[in-house]
Design a protein around this ligand. Structure first.
Ligand code: DAU
Length: 334
């Protein structure tokens, strides 16, 4: 078996690659990644020498690059390539439309042209929009409210349209908020942990009562693998951790885990525009395939804090240059 993974140098993609190399000895992987700001070769340093792993630097929006990466053929494509940070999508929406919609379209065209037998689109629970109560199921209408989630929804809709129109062999997973090792330090958990380790304050948006459902990256990667191998073509599968928490509760755990105090280290800052209050997804469909999250949230969060404490050599270089410019644009006026 030979699979093409796109965006495999990112957070979830790199964890997926490590999982597959560890647990699927019969699979060879090609990783196509453009190495934009969050595509970090250090995320996969430990597998670089593995003969079953090959890396190609390139853009999923370029048809020839995609054809070349597929080469003589692949048994599956798993698309992680995406712009993923909501706050950046508010500052610069165009990059999101390009990668998340055009990139998906380019891959779908390659699936058609080269008869790739399986294509899995890694998507997000944010496409359902704000969920004041209850849980989103896979057939719910999409109601994205940020340029990021609207771009991801555009990608999902292209994938499903290729199924209806061309019979393309597609699957979609919609994951909830993911945490764990190797997450770029712009997202809530790694940003806050690394700020706290550096003895800096953390910026909580608005009242901090927004709710996210937390999923360990290992469970997310395992869920994607499960759907890839056992999902029914043409279907969407929600992958959620079942750990709904207020941002302030997460903040408190991180503050305590880093030995700091809420009074000195937490700043409530101006809210994110269009900030969704709550996400919640029903996961019965993925569970019916035999998947379930394994990582206990309290243990997973503690292990994640410890990982960032032990891996300053990984994240400290990231919090420089482009990151500092972004941090200023994003937070200075708040
Ligand atoms: O739900 C899945 C999604 O989770 C993924 O599709 C996205 O790619 C991923 O970025 C994440 O989106 P969120 O916007 O929920 O993640 P983020 O870590 O940016 O924010 C989590 C919550 O914390 C959200 O309510 C905003 C809040 N927040 C975030 C940052 C970065 C703050 O209060 N302060 C911050 O500085």
């Amino acid at each position: 078996m030979r699979w093409l993974v796109t965006g495999g140098l990112g957070f979830i993609g790199s964890n997926f690659i490590r999982l597959v190399l560890r647990e699927r000895p019969g699979v060879r992987l090609v990783n196509l990644d453009a190495m934009t700001y969050a595509g970090n070769p250090a995320n996969l340093r430990d597998v670089e020498g593995d003969p079953r792993y090959a890396f190609v630097r390139g853009d999923v929006c370029d048809p020839q690059t995609v054809r070349d990466a597929i080469g003589s053929g692949v048994d599956a494509i798993v698309n992680f390539a995406a712009e993923t940070h909501v706050d950046r999508s508010i500052l610069d929406p165009a990059a999101f439309l390009r990668t998340d919609i055009l990139g998906t379209h380019t891959l779908l065209e390659a699936v058609r042209e080269l008869c790739v037998p399986r294509f899995l689109q890694v998507s997000t629970d944010e496409v359902y929009g704000d969920v004041p109560d209850g849980e989103s199921t896979e057939t719910d209408p999409l109601c994205p409210r940020s340029p990021y989630s609207a771009s991801k929804a555009g990608g999902d809709l292209q994938v499903l349209a290729y199924r209806a129109t061309f019979g393309a062999p597609v699957l979609v997973t919609r994951g909830s908020n993911t945490y764990g090792p190797y997450q770029y330090p712009e997202k809530l958990i790694p940003l806050f942990v690394t700020n706290l380790i550096e003895d800096r304050p953390v910026p909580v948006y608005g009242d901090g009562r927004q709710i996210r459902d937390w999923l360990h990256v290992e469970d997310h990667a395992r869920g994607i693998l499960h759907v890839l191998e056992r999902g029914e073509l043409g279907n969407v599968y929600n992958i959620g951790g079942g750990n709904p928490r207020h941002n302030l509760e997460i903040t408190q755990r991180l503050v305590e885990g880093c030995g700091r105090s809420m009074t000195t280290h937490v700043r409530h800052v101006e809210d994110r525009p269009g900030h969704d209050r709550r996400y919640a997804i029903a996961t019965a469909k993925a569970r019916a395939l035999g998947w379930e999250p394994r990582v206990d949230f309290e243990n997973g969060l503690r292990a994640t804090i410890d990982w960032y404490k032990a891996n300053g050599a990984w994240w400290r270089p990231l919090k420089s240059g482009e990151f500092l410019d972004y941090y200023k644009r994003q937070y200075a006026h708040r």
